[in-house]
Ligand binder design. Sequence first.
Ligand SMILES: N#Cc1ccccc1-c1cc(NCCCN2CCCCC2)c2ccccc2n1
Length: 196
Amino acid sequence: MATTGSKSALFVCLGNICRSPIAEAVFRKMATDAGVVDKWRIDSAATSTYEIGNPPDHRGQACMKKHDVPMKHVARQWFIDSAATSDWNTDSPPDARGLACLRKHGIESSHSARQVTKDDFMKFDYILCMDESNLSELNRKAKAVKNGSAKIELLGAYDPEKQLIINDPYYGSDEDFEKVYEQCVRCCTAFLKMNS
Ligand SMILES: N#Cc1ccccc1-c1cc(NCCCN2CCCCC2)c2ccccc2n1
């Protein structure tokens, strides 16, 4: 349900298990601390199908825990707490409406990687990605969408320290995840300020 002044941001990277879940979690915490999270629809997605259905990378989860940033995490919660009688939705993530309801009641929801969809280009005000290959892939996909209205930008364009690219830490170390976190904090701070 759109409220006045509601805005929306989709954070995107290659696999939606490293950089974009961190950016989403950092931005959601900032918007929550600023008392405006109810005005925002915040999500993350992948340009690729590499990791669909998988939880955020454990190194990113460890980084978020270290900085006390709640991150929607491991689908194992659903494995332990619930199951289906049918195989209709095997491997599908929880329904977005259910996740929104859980979130509204402050209940941690699980996140599983998803690929960006045509709908996203119509539903989100901003699609913020991490590097040049994400950007060219998103612009390519946007061409196939008739009335796409999303602004597609590099999240790094908001960095006061002008680090334009947030590099893929997949083959990297904990320090590389720490650098992704620090860049996301700087960029999300500036992005939220600009949209408040
Ligand atoms: N590609 C690349 C690449 C290039 C440079 C640096 C990092 C990566 C890299 C590689 C990944 N998965 C391994 C390859 C996946 N398979 C590639 C061929 C098709 C079947 C899938 C990632 C997975 C999740 C998030 C980020 C990732 N990033």
